[in-house]
Ligand binder design. Structure first.
Ligand SMILES: NC(=O)c1ccc[n+]([C@@H]2O[C@H](COP(=O)([O-])OP(=O)(O)OC[C@H]3O[C@@H](n4cnc5c(N)ncnc54)[C@H](OP(=O)(O)O)[C@@H]3O)[C@@H](O)[C@H]2O)c1
Length: 382
């Protein structure tokens, strides 16, 4: 490894010119955690960091790095935690995971991409566990908030089915829009009686929030992380996850794009399909939106957890999915640095950090709150 490990900052934020990474840097600074902000262009990372509020009091270095396993491993060497935000992860994630493993770092990322999460579990989980390292994808608003709600429901036992939805009030970033459209390239699964089962293509679903109000038009959103976390659960056998934005026109646009993909693109060579989807995504979101505003941007999360004679409804509300993602990452890094991993290998956010710790930290930061966890019949559970 050519780069020096002496005095290495303990956290590396990779993709630090991006929207989410800037927010992660802000929250690491709030937690007083020194970090390396890394990306493929020093100038872009420096410009991004200059926009982070309070950054002048943070302890950080900027590093330019090539997106390649050995170069990344040399950068990570001597650090303890990697926060990876470079997506689409199915396309770009593997070199970063391999580099974290090689350098002996815990790995966190912001992905919600099901094929990638599955690959991490199946191809890298055992290797991280064998080295005493944590591998925690989706340490993020989507699907971490639902992971907390589901944990609060299932801990009471006798739950076998989960219907979960996450709706955002806001605007997706360039990276998220790319990720949503590249998702058409791969099959999306839900868990049906213990078996991963493909979602039909081009469908939107009317979801009626347990709290009432207008139905939301939702999509399977690539299937999400949760069916993978629960695939081998002893009690929970069915998990369906829906996601989207409150703006119905935006959801109609997603469906139109998916139809276009199925009818005109899906038989083209893979590189042509990727390029076409990337172009579509860039035409919908080609630039970086302004920093989230907690008075405008929201996440509405709800879970209905059922057993034969039991139904528990849980709801959460957040003040912006990207800001909350940053807090998830910084809170996770803090716990890893101060206490080490609770568990190693492939873990969901609650498996890795505990739902109480995550819930309390997000609540304290004013970013996400559990509104209710209620068993049908009126009993409050949490
Ligand atoms: N699950 C959740 O709740 C959640 C929340 C937030 C974000 N995310 C996901 O996290 C990812 C990032 O989102 P974002 O909003 O931060 O996107 P963004 O603002 O577009 O940032 C993407 C970052 O990745 C870098 N990058 C892209 N292609 C690269 C490549 N080939 N090699 C090296 N670096 C590359 C970009 O570098 P340049 O600036 O040099 O192009 C930038 O730093 C997306 O996949 C998004 O879906 C998920």
């Amino acid at each position: 490894m050519s780069r020096s490990t002496v005095g290495k900052k303990p956290v590396v934020v990779y993709g630090a010119s991006g929207y989410t990474a800037q927010l992660i840097c802000e929250y690491l600074r709030n937690f007083d955690i020194p970090f390396i902000a890394a990306g493929r262009s020093h100038a872009k990372v420096a410009a991004a960091l200059s926009r982070v509020p309070g950054i002048e009091t943070a302890a950080y270095d900027i590093e330019e790095v090539e997106h390649e396993t050995d170069t990344l491993a040399a950068l990570f060497d001597g650090a303890k935690v990697v926060c990876n935000t470079v997506g689409p992860f199915t396309e770009l994630g593997s070199p970063v995971v391999e580099a974290a493993l090689k350098a002996g770092c815990h790995y966190l990322d912001t992905t919600g991409e099901q094929p990638f999460i599955r690959r991490l579990r199946d191809e890298y989980g055992a290797a991280f566990a064998a080295r005493g390292l944590l591998l925690a994808p989706s340490t993020a608003s989507m699907w971490g908030e639902l992971d907390i709600l589901i944990d609060l429901c299932t801990r009471h036992g006798a739950i076998d089915s989960i219907e979960a939805s996450m709706v955002a009030v806001g605007v997706p970033t360039y990276g998220s829009t790319q990720t949503v459209f590249q998702g058409f390239l791969t099959e999306a699964y839900y868990l049906d009686a213990g078996r991963l089962t493909p979602w039909p293509a081009c469908q939107l679903y009317e979801f009626s929030p347990p709290s009432g109000g207008l139905n939301q038009l939702l999509h399977h959103w690539g299937g999400g992380a949760l069916p993978i976390y629960y695939e081998h659960h002893p009690e929970v056998r069915t998990v369906r996850v829906y996601g989207g934005f409150t703006t119905r026109e935006l959801m109609d646009g997603v469906q139109r794009m998916e139809r276009h993909y199925q009818e005109h693109l899906k038989d083209l060579p893979i590189e042509q399909r990727k390029a076409a989807l990337s172009q579509f995504a860039a035409s919908m979101q080609g630039s970086m939106p302004p920093r989230e505003n907690p008075l405008l941007h929201r996440t509405l999360t709800s879970v209905i957890a059922r057993g034969t004679f039991k139904e528990i409804v849980a709801s959460g509300r957040g003040a912006g999915g990207y800001t909350t993602t940053a807090a998830f990452q910084a809170a996770a890094a803090r716990l890893l640095l101060t206490q080490g991993p609770r568990r190693t290998g492939f873990q969901s956010p609650t498996g890795a950090f505990g739902s109480e710790y995550l819930r309390n930290t997000l609540d304290r930061l004013g970013l996400w709150r559990v509104l209710e966890v209620r068993e049908l019949g009126g009993r409050a559970c949490a």
